[in-house]
Design a protein around this ligand. Structure first.
Ligand SMILES: [Zn+2]
Length: 393
């Protein structure tokens, strides 16, 4: 099969002859005498488009190295191939961007590329260094964009198989079955690299490259980046997010971090105050409980929390060690926050009632001696818990 994209990445339409077509999982596998579709590999995603008017669903590489196209229906004779050009051109920009970043990072900063990947939103390159600081990223980015401004031709050439060993070309990974000459992607005066993917014809077509954040990996550092039209798309996404923050925080972008910082500090203070108040509330509620005459009491506080229950339990233990108290905090409706429960009283009663209450509340927890406590799973059977106290068993 003639791979037209290998010689000319700009071909968007072509006709081809169907050499074979057989039923396959999800449609028909079609063998063509020539193709304009890149089947994916080396970090670059596969192309999309149509063959004979049917969408290309995917590709499968046969053991022989040949690639078949997966279509929803069978085709025969002469077929027209139409490439999803915007998707492909985006991949060409991202991929050529990788070549430029890789050669710049390697030649000027000693960073070796070990992997590369074009994602739906962001692309990434993995370097063999444990850390790549923002200062280094900024310097690579500056050099890469200077080179884009210089406008250097990107050419496809060939080299003998041993050119890699002789250090004449750069190569990350070569297929095992390769026997012919190597396909070389050359950036004029800068880089010669073995590659099977698709690239723009001049680095000027990248327009811009932006290096984003990094991620630590066990074997190195992943650097995210965008090239070409993705730079503007990324900027638009970030501006949209900034506008949403401006509306939510009711202040301009230069004030976002200040306002957010004071909001977070206030939220932390409020939480602390709420915890203290709930603790005090617990002690007040406990004072009422310990005055009740019966041998057992039940308390459910929807807005209570674990702190509240601990406060109640500690007052009950101290003032009425003979009293059995079954305590529940939390909303019956799911609010996303777990509820809590506690059973406090004489050890033998707690040993019996604790697990029963936990089972009725579908909870998790445990305890020893005079206190059994945990989180609730559901308050659906709360009434049955209350009945334990009413019935006195
Ligand atoms: Zn390439």
């Amino acid at each position: 099969m003639e791979r037209i994209y290998e010689k000319d990445s700009g071909v968007r339409r072509a006709t081809a002859r169907v050499l074979g077509c057989r039923a396959a999982d999800g449609g028909s596998e079609v063998e063509l005498d020539r193709t304009i579709f890149y089947p994916g590999g080396g970090g670059q995603p596969e192309d999309r488009g149509t063959v004979g008017g049917f969408p290309v669903l995917g590709f499968r590489r046969l053991e022989s190295g040949e690639v078949v196209h997966l279509l929803p229906q069978p085709v025969e004779g002469e077929v027209e191939l139409v490439l999803d050009w915007p998707r492909r051109y985006d991949h060409m920009q991202q991929h050529t961007g990788q070549h430029l970043i890789t050669v710049t990072a390697s030649a000027e900063f000693g960073l070796k590329t070990i992997a590369f990947h074009i994602g739906d939103e962001l692309c990434d390159i993995e370097f063999d260094a444990p850390k790549v600081g923002r200062d280094v990223l900024d310097r690579i980015e500056l050099r890469v964009n200077e080179r884009i401004g210089e406008g250097r031709a990107v050419r496809i050439t060939t080299a003998a198989l041993d050119a890699v060993e002789r250090g004449e070309v750069r190569s990350r990974l070569l297929p095992h079955h390769l026997d012919g000459p190597l396909r070389i992607v050359e950036i004029d005066g800068l880089d010669r690299n073995t590659c099977g993917g698709t690239h723009v014809a001049d680095v000027a077509e990248l327009r811009q490259v932006k290096l984003l954040h990094t991620e630590k990996l066990s074997r190195g550092t992943r650097v995210y980046y965008v090239a070409g039209q993705r730079v503007l798309r990324r900027l638009a996404t970030l501006l949209e997010r900034q506008d949403a923050l401006t509306a939510a925080l009711q202040c301009g972008p230069d004030q976002h971090m200040t306002v957010l910082g004071s909001l977070l500090a206030r939220a932390k203070d409020s939480e602390k105050t709420a915890r203290q108040l709930l603790g005090e509330l617990g002690r007040v509620a406990a004072e009422a409980l310990v005055r009740e005459p019966g041998p057992a009491v039940f308390l459910h506080r929807p807005d209570g929390d674990a702190e509240f229950l601990r406060a109640v339990a500690s007052v009950v233990s101290e003032k009425r060690p003979d009293l059995v108290a079954i305590l529940v905090a939390g909303q019956a409706e799911s609010t996303g926050r777990a509820g809590h429960f506690a059973v406090v009283g004489p050890a033998e009663k707690v040993a019996d009632l604790g697990p029963r209450v936990m089972a009725l509340l579908a909870g998790k927890g445990g305890g020893r001696g005079t206190l059994f406590q945990g989180k609730t799973g559901s308050l659906e059977r709360l009434e049955e818990v209350r009945q334990i106290v009413v019935r006195g068993s």
